[in-house]
Write a protein of this length. Structure first.
Length: 132
């Protein structure tokens, strides 16, 4: 269901970087064909219709990347678009001495919706979190 979105990301990566692209799919085989692209049909147990399912997919994918012989990787979600300077991020990997480095966002925390001030509080939290 995200193939078209993922394809836009892959097009950007193919255009702006010479890095290998490991495109993991769950439950189907991709037919995309781009420079540096490897399509990997990946098996995960669980309910694909569960909205929380994908949050548990990243660790097994990272382990698979390491098992394929890579020493480092950057996990880029399908809905991300890259710019011409994407290799600046990729080149930074050589400076990392200990990992993994994982991002955090306010979307990774439980939010209670029973409050009229929810949006204001959430926006305030969002700004504070990204400033720290």
């Amino acid at each position: 269901k995200f193939e078209k979105i993922a394809e836009r990301l892959i097009q950007g990566l193919s255009k702006y970087s010479n890095a290998d692209i490991l495109h993991y799919t769950i439950g189907y085989r991709s037919g995309l064909n781009y420079r540096y692209l490897q399509n990997i049909e990946f098996e995960l147990k669980g309910d694909l219709n569960d909205p929380q399912y994908m949050q548990f997919a990243k660790p097994p994918v990272f382990l698979d990347v390491l098992e394929r012989g890579y020493k480092a990787a950057v996990f880029v979600d399908a809905d991300v678009q890259v710019r011409s300077n994407i290799d600046t991020l990729f080149n930074y990997i050589s400076e990392i001495e200990d990992g993994p480095i994982l991002h955090r966002s306010p979307y990774e925390f439980s939010i209670i919706y029973d409050n009229d001030d929810y949006r204001n509080n959430f926006n305030h939290f969002h700004r504070l979190y990204h400033l720290s």
